[in-house]
Design a protein around this ligand. Structure first.
Ligand code: SAM
Length: 266
């Protein structure tokens, strides 16, 4: 399927929860966030039905995100059902890796192809400081487990302040080289101020090449991270919601006061 500007749209990012087991400083306020009501969160059946409609229309690349996707109960079975939808060529997940040691093999067995793991530093103290509570050892063990399980090509997402030459980023780069893993550097963004830039080592951030739609855990389809357009898939119906999203996807991102990384998943 194509949007108004003739961009081919084949990528759907699905946030399955607004909950997270970390409190990264650039992503969430220290006191946490006002969590969504249980009834507002899409049931896995609804997400699967929506995805089938989206795949029929041309989506062939799916990423599961959050919040932290691995904190949602039933995620492995959800992945299994998702992986059985005909037409998905690339099925991946973005995770902070904290629970990955336990989940890597079950996720692989369920049909997940690969994972991107978020890691901004390999200094344990900095890691705890940035995430406000995270244990770096768990992430490292998660990365090893994901490699062992074959959730590859494994990619590390590293958020940087200024440049990929800063000490934490250099440390992550060296670690990735030693593990033979790809790393992508993402500049810290501010959605409300419209601060975004291209991803170093990846394809994100270039509006001309944007092929994405995003589905939030409460069923809002968002055609652009840096825009407040949001279509309620429960109210509009799945097919119509996708049509509207294609029609309203802006030529380029500007600002968004509605989208939050912790809800929409990046
Ligand atoms: N919990 C999962 C994780 O940590 O990967 C998935 C959700 S998290 C919001 C997705 C990605 O968004 C992470 O790589 C995170 O570093 C990134 N992110 C969050 N806030 C950001 C910001 N202000 N600027 C750039 N990236 C951000």
């Amino acid at each position: 399927m194509y949007d108004r500007y003739n961009r081919k749209i084949n990528y759907l990012r699905i946030s399955i929860t607004d909950r997270c087991n970390l409190r990264c400083k650039y992503c969430m306020p220290e006191e946490g966030i006002q969590l969504l009501n249980h009834k507002d969160i899409l049931r896995f059946e609804e997400i699967l039905d929506f995805t089938k409609v989206a795949v029929n229309k041309g989506i062939d690349k799916i990423r599961i995100t959050g919040g932290e996707p691995l904190v949602r109960k039933g995620v492995v079975n959800f992945v299994k059902e998702l992986s059985q939808i005909n037409g998905i060529k690339d099925l991946s997940m973005t995770t902070n890796g904290i629970l990955l040691e336990e989940f890597a093999q079950p996720l692989k067995d369920a049909g997940l192809h690969r994972v991107n793991i978020s890691l901004d530093t390999v200094n344990a103290d900095h890691y705890r400081e940035i995430t406000r509570c995270g244990d770096l050892t768990k992430v490292i063990n998660g990365i090893k487990a994901a490699k062992k399980a074959g959730l590859t090509p494994l990619k590390i997402n590293c958020v940087i302040n200024e440049s990929s030459e800063e000490p934490d980023a250099v440390g992550v780069k060296k670690f990735c080289e030693s593990m033979n893993i790809e790393v992508r550097f993402i500049h810290k963004m501010n959605l409300a101020k419209g601060h975004f830039s291209i991803v170093e080592g990846g394809t994100g951030g270039d509006c001309n090449l944007c092929n994405k739609l995003r589905l939030s855990s409460d069923g809002k389809l968002r055609p652009c991270l840096f825009n407040d357009v949001s279509i309620d898939i429960r109210k509009q119906g799945f097919d119509k919601a996708i049509e509207i999203a294609l029609d309203l996807k802006p030529v380029r991102g500007t600002v968004s006061c509605q989208n939050k990384f912790n809800e929409i998943g990046g």
